[in-house]
Design a protein around this ligand. Structure first.
Ligand code: ADP
Ligand code: MG
Length: 716
């Protein structure tokens, strides 16, 4: 921070010690802090229309004289306070629910000019009301400021807008010019970015909308640029490491095991001469791969053949067949004389992968073992011994895989399924289980929109499976109200009679897993004793013992059960193609991405599948979610909608959101800018991989601090 900018706010013109205390509540101690405390929005007060032009259903700014304040009780201890604004053309009532203290504040402003912002509603007898109001009385001294675009700052309780505005104004007027620009002039002219000092000025005191937008664009670009530089640098570093070069394309050309392979007594037979790895893939899989799967497998194998460690993200919607792709990668590693490990986020999923992959690899004489936390100590010991001595070539598991004490004889490939459930920590930990840096393959279904892929996973190469296996019919989704339940049950019965199976998913209960299990049991009893007495109903929830869960899943898989009642434990990866209908109770309690994941459990077979959402959604978000799901099965669209509704922090989970907290930038609004920043970062690093040139001195520290914050995420 240049000297001068660390001046304490109390010395700013028009602030003083008393206001400085208030500003401190917002964490604003120095001039620098104030300059970087940007407005949340702006109010264009150059041209506020007369009150008669207020339009219901829109957010508007209103100005008028406060002529009346009234408050009334509306029962159950609830209070409405209204302040009436008036001008020559009309009136509007600023309306506050259950904020009795606003009444006193309004009383003080009675008779003065007030500016208010909120959403316009038509109230009693067509009188206009403003809801969700932000308001302030206009001081005489503000009058000269009046006809401008006025910044509206984020505040905290007890800090008036006026105080922040005044501090920002004098900070900008006296100090903004001292702000040095970390971006080199050449880069700024290439990207057509204005100077930082100018941008800070325009953020706080915009000359017009164009200037304000221009300023914001530069600041957002800069934020994206630092993030992209740090991600690209990490990616380049990994590429320079020396990892394993798997000779995939020459497999089968020689009868000798590849150099470096484990002793062949411990290991699977090497591949027979004259056979290629594709021959084995065809023998192993019960179906023909889709074009997209084949393309992605090729990309992976090419990557594996290179000496630098692979770091690849495979993205493919629910049901696109990521497991088969992973199996092909693992097969290549094994045939080249290495072991492969696959980590899944839940025991059910790990167990299911184990069952499927065991079946596939058994035909080729490759041994697969399972390692999950809740196995008996003997089982666990056996599995980890087999991993350690190389008897097992493939090891499937949960977090248990990355526990201390688990060793591999020769780990060459680590696959991480449904990555969005894991933090960066686990990705690194599994990687460290190899003696040489193993190749890493990360697989994820879509709840990650492209913009996020570019940020959180910007250090990974990307392969996309953009094609579904043939014969899939898009799932038909219907949103039903609670009173339609019996009709829904009749549909389920019809499908069961045709030989299909059904899932019933009971609502998420936020309090705890125990209550969730209880809800599942209640639903189970109701269905098995009443509506579906004559059918075979099973129950699955998180509180059950692992072997109980496995038993139920196995019965459902074998069609010894017609209905499976479950909590969200089945959300990820469970695969029973004959299950063709899913009923989700209280569907409005689930997030959009989660519903899409759940729904992906059906639609895996030849028959038409259905998903019924039972929900009395009333909130705007809730209705929107149900409608989006009815409309589309496109995971990418759903992911974008989800991001729009919930914001990136929630979508990614707090663990990984640290990198996504921007001051100015917005991942949805600024996705084009993000791509530009990415390209720019790549260009910069091509010329100067270590950012050692003096022209980058201004921001090297910022890029580094991004990187160390990632390191913190990794160890926390
Ligand atoms: P996801 O991408 O959600 O992990 P899975 O790998 O579980 O999907 O595959 C979903 C289902 O599709 C499985 O039953 C799998 O056997 C089947 N499958 C995968 N690829 C193909 C294909 N090319 N042709 C036919 N069925 C396939
Ligand atoms: Mg999967």
């Amino acid at each position: 921070m240049p000297p001068g900018l660390d001046t304490e706010v109390q010395y700013l013109k028009g602030v003083g010690p008393k206001n400085a205390m208030l500003l401190q509540k917002l964490g604003l101690r120095t001039v620098w802090d104030v300059l970087w405390h940007f407005p949340r929005r702006y109010e264009d007060r150059r041209d506020i229309p007369p009150l008669m032009y207020l339009k219901p259903g829109r957010h508007c700014t209103a100005k008028g004289k406060l002529i009346d304040v009234k408050s009334r009780s509306i029962g159950k201890g609830r209070v409405v306070v209204q302040g009436v604004l008036s001008d020559k053309t009309g009136e509007v009532a600023l309306t506050f629910f259950n904020q009795p203290y606003v009444g006193q504040q309004l009383q003080k402003a009675l008779g003065r000019q007030v500016v208010a912002y909120g959403s316009v509603r038509e109230g009693y007898r067509g009188h206009l009301e403003l809801h969700g109001v932000e308001w302030e009385a206009i001081e005489d001294e503000d009058l000269d400021e009046f006809a401008r675009i006025v910044p509206v700052y984020p505040l905290t309780e007890g800090v008036p807008q006026r105080v922040v505005r005044k501090a920002a104004k004098s900070a900008v007027e006296f100090f903004a010019n001292q702000v040095a620009d970390p971006l080199p002039t050449s880069l700024r002219s290439e990207e057509k970015l204005k100077s930082l000092a100018w941008c800070i000025h325009q953020m706080h005191l915009p000359d017009g909308d164009d200037e304000r937008i221009e300023a914001r664009r530069r600041l957002a670009f800069e934020e994206f640029l630092y993030l992209q530089l740090s991600l690209q640098m990490r990616r380049n570093e990994v590429k320079q490491e020396v990892g394993i070069s798997f000779p995939v394309s020459t497999l089968g050309a020689a009868s000798e095991p590849p150099p470096g392979a484990l002793g062949s007594t411990l290991f699977a037979e090497p591949m027979k001469e004259g056979r290629t790895i594709w021959d084995e893939v065809h023998e192993m899989l019960p179906f023909t791969l889709t074009g997209a799967q084949r393309r992605v497998i090729d990309e992976i194998w090419e990557d594996m053949e290179r000496p630098a460690p692979m770091n690849r993200l495979v993205q493919g919607d629910v049901g696109s067949g990521k497991t088969a792709v992973a199996a092909c990668a693992m097969l290549a590693a094994v045939r080249c004389g290495y072991q492969a490990a696959m980590m899944a986020p839940t025991e059910i999923l790990a167990e299911q992968h184990f069952i499927n992959l065991h079946r596939l690899f058994d035909q080729l004489g490759i041994k697969v073992v399972l390692l999950v936390g809740k196995q008996t100590p003997t089982q666990k010991k056996k599995a980890s011994d087999q991993a350690a001595n190389g008897e097992a070539q493939i090891c499937i598991g949960t977090h248990a895989l990355i526990q201390e004490g688990v060793k591999f004889a020769k780990l060459g490939l680590a696959v991480i399924d449904e990555q969005h459930r894991f933090g960066v920590l686990q990705r690194m930990a599994l990687r460290q289980k190899g003696t040489e840096p193993p190749d890493v393959l990360v697989m994820t279904a879509t709840p990650i929109p492209r913009t996020l892929t570019m940020t959180v996973y910007g250090d990974l190469d990307l392969s996309v499976i953009d094609e579904m296996p043939p014969g899939r019919k898009p799932i038909k989704t219907h949103w039903k109200k609670i009173q339609d339940r019996s009709q829904v049950y009749a549909t389920v019965r019809k499908l069961l009679d045709e030989g299909r199976q059904a899932y019933f998913v009971c609502p998420v209960i936020f309090e705890n897993e125990k209550m969730e299990a209880q809800a599942a049991e209640d639903l189970f009893y109701r269905l098995s004793r009443e509506e579906f007495q004559d059918k075979r109903v099973g129950l699955l929830h998180g509180q059950m013992k692992p072997f109980e869960k496995e038993e139920v899943m196995e019965k459902f898989r074998q069609h010894e059960l017609d209905i499976l009642v479950s909590t969200v434990v089945i959300e990820v990866g469970v695969d029973v193609p004959n299950a063709s209908i899913m009923v989700i109770e209280d569907a409005n309690r689930f997030g959009l991405a989660q519903l899409h994941q759940l729904r992906g459990r059906v639609g895996r077979g030849e028959q038409q599948s259905f998903c019924v959402l039972i929900a009395d959604a009333k909130s705007e978000d809730g209705i929107l979610r149900m409608e989006v799901l009815q409309e589309t099965t496109d995971g990418f669209r759903i992911a974008e909608e989800d991001l729009r509704i919930r914001g990136p922090g929630d979508v990614m989970g707090t663990r990984q959101s640290g990198d996504l907290e921007f001051r100015v930038a917005d991942l949805i609004q600024d996705s084009v800018l993000l791509e530009r920043a990415r390209q720019c970062a790549i260009r910069i690093l091509q010329k100067d991989p270590g950012l050692t040139s003096p022209e980058f001195a201004g921001f090297v520290a910022k890029v580094r601090s991004k990187r160390s914050s990632e390191a913190l995420v990794t160890v926390s």
